[in-house]
Design a protein around this ligand. Structure first.
Ligand code: GAP
Length: 550
């Protein structure tokens, strides 16, 4: 199936079966905001739960996990969305959390500058000399997308605008927009606009949403919706150490909403303005930080694969030096081959960052910056710290070694919505399966990992008489009492009911038939293999539970 259809089909299924709706849809929607429907909320809750179980509830703090330098503690927190504004000044978000924005004065379109590429508009030479460049054309996307846009009518408009008969776009000579020399910006063409030179110079656009606390909308009351959950862990470092008696190394995990006023929200829930993060700050001794960085990178990579992401669709990409965030000593992204991307391209699922001691020192001493490769307190014009820290001692005292130091931090920062989207995309399959008459039909099936499936088992009476609905209802209630997410369906032919469950990823369907009433057995149909086993009703719940565990 072509990639673009695949994504369209996934979005259509998500809406049709109640996974994801556009926010405020009856009013035309709000760009960058999404609502999860009855099945979506369960799927996302299962993703969240799988992460929390891996990090906290199932974590064994007395043995050393494979690949780790030693055993470690893990605890959770839930911190507020609106924090003291100084947090964001000291963290660097107030000054640095910005994207470069370019506006088109004519079409009012808005672009992220790093999404634009400029191509030269040239007049080819008839004498074999190099072509003369007469301007630039800015386009969103890749060279291939742009070549597609280059229809005849566009070339004609461009030739008229540049008043040249033979103008062409030189795809081979592309340059990033920001690298353009200033005088040549005036001739930059937006293919969507009629006039030339309608694009503005790139300007900084801070992604933090602003709000006010209290009744007065004054500067003193200005606050921000958090753009990441991480700062909640840093500012509570001392509270956690003092209250839970954790010993280094240890991790503090949190799941919660974050907000970014993205310039161009796009690709379904992938880039939203309100989204959920699953972040963990792992505090360790500086001498062990590189080992822990590698440990968490590998462990997070494996987490996605254990939950069903195929190896060929997942990559671990180490950032180049110039890509690193202001605080980061090293970062690796876990990236997934989302179907809205070109073949061979990947979108970020999670960043695993080595943040060094930037955050704890900044919140203690004042915002740090890099000078000659060293992190030093950034000075304002008066020579004092540009942004004051809390002044609190955020170092750690190791009572075994009698050493005091500021811990280093390794941060696996995942997006819950992106992970949910990746699991949904990975699960989406169209295959062939027999219908009620035994004829092969195309079947739409979500091959979700049983841990993630919103409904784990469905119970059907084969027909709506002979005591079958009563028996099926009793089985349904047994699953409910066992805490296994169960659905009951007695409408339509059995094949249709199987299809409805396949489409939402239900791993098992239990059918009550004539034999149930005489032999007290049911059939258990497997979503992926389509194989049906006869199982005694007495053993049914345990049977399904053990197959769900895998
Ligand atoms: N504390 C570090 C941090 O926030 P990040 O790479 O900016 O790092 C972490 O964000 C994860 O949050 C990303 O890998 C992504 O999964 C998710 N995320 C970031 N921006 C997002 C957006 N606009 N929409 C959906 N998810 C987003």
């Amino acid at each position: 199936m072509p990639t673009e259809n695949r994504m369209e089909n996934i979005v259509a299924l998500a809406k049709r079966r109640g996974f994801v709706f556009q926010s405020s849809e009856i009013y035309g929607g709000l760009n960058g905001f999404w609502d999860y429907g009855p099945l979506g909320v369960e799927l996302k809750r299962n993703v969240r739960q799988a992460w929390w179980a891996d990090m906290i509830t199932e974590h064994d703090e007395i043995s050393t996990p494979a690949g780790a330098p030693c055993s470690f503690d893990m605890v959770g927190v839930e911190t507020s969305i609106i924090m003291h504004p100084q947090v964001w000044k000291v963290s660097g978000h107030y000054d640095l959390f910005a994207d470069k924005l370019v506006d088109c004065r004519e079409t009012k379109a808005r672009f992220r500058a790093d999404h634009l590429t400029c191509y030269s508009v040239v007049v080819p030479s008839t004498t074999g000399e190099a072509p003369t460049r007469i301007g630039y054309v800015a386009a969103v996307g890749t060279t291939d997308d742009f070549a597609e846009q280059l229809g005849k009518s566009f070339l004609k408009r461009m030739q008229t605008a540049f008043a040249r008969d033979k103008a062409e776009v030189q795809i081979g000579d592309q340059q990033p927009f920001l690298a353009l020399p200033v005088p040549e910006r005036a001739t930059v063409w937006n293919p969507e606009a009629k006039a030339v030179g309608t694009l503005t110079d790139p300007r900084d656009f801070n992604l933090m949403f602003e709000t006010f606390t209290g009744a007065l909308q004054s500067d003193e009351n200005k606050a921000f919706l958090r753009p990441e959950t991480a700062q909640g862990m840093f500012v509570n470092f001392k509270n956690v150490c003092d209250s839970s008696r954790v010993k280094l190394p240890f991790g503090v995990a949190q799941i919660g909403k974050s907000f970014r006023n993205e310039i161009t929200p796009r690709n379904f829930t992938f880039r939203s303005r309100e989204f959920e993060q699953m972040e963990m700050e792992f505090f360790c001794h500086p001498s062990q930080s590189l080992q822990w960085y590698q440990y968490w990178r590998d462990r997070r990579y494996n987490w996605y694969m254990q939950l069903g992401i195929a190896k060929e669709n997942l990559i671990l990409r180490e950032h180049a030096q110039e890509e690193l965030a202001h605080y980061s000593v090293g970062t690796a992204d876990l990236e997934y081959a989302f179907p809205f991307l070109e073949a061979g391209q990947y979108g970020e699922l999670e960043g695993v960052a080595h943040r060094g001691d930037f955050d704890l020192r900044s919140h203690s001493e004042g915002k740090l910056c890099k000078e000659n490769g060293q992190l030093v307190v950034e000075k304002g014009p008066d020579g004092k710290a540009k942004y004051q820290g809390s002044g609190k001692d955020l170092s750690y005292f190791d009572d075994q070694t009698r050493e005091r130091f500021v811990p280093h931090v390794i941060e696996p920062a995942a997006g819950c919505d992106r992970a949910t989207l990746a699991f949904l995309c990975e699960a989406y399959h169209e295959d062939q399966a027999p219908d009620d008459k035994g004829e092969m039909q195309t079947r739409l099936v979500l091959k979700l990992h049983p841990k993630l499936a919103p409904v784990k088992v469905a119970v059907f009476p084969l027909i709506k008489k002979d005591g079958m609905p009563e028996k099926a209802a009793a089985i349904y209630r047994e699953f409910k009492q066992a805490g296994i997410a169960v659905a009951y369906d007695q409408q339509a032919a059995i094949g249709r009911r199987y299809r409805r469950m396949d489409e939402i990823g239900t791993p098992f369907c239990v059918t009550v038939d004539g034999d149930t009433l005489t032999a007290d057995t049911v059939t258990v149909r497997d979503r992926d293999t389509l194989k049906q086993d006869r199982v005694s009703v007495k053993e049914l719940v345990d049977h399904v539970r053990s197959r769900l565990r895998g």
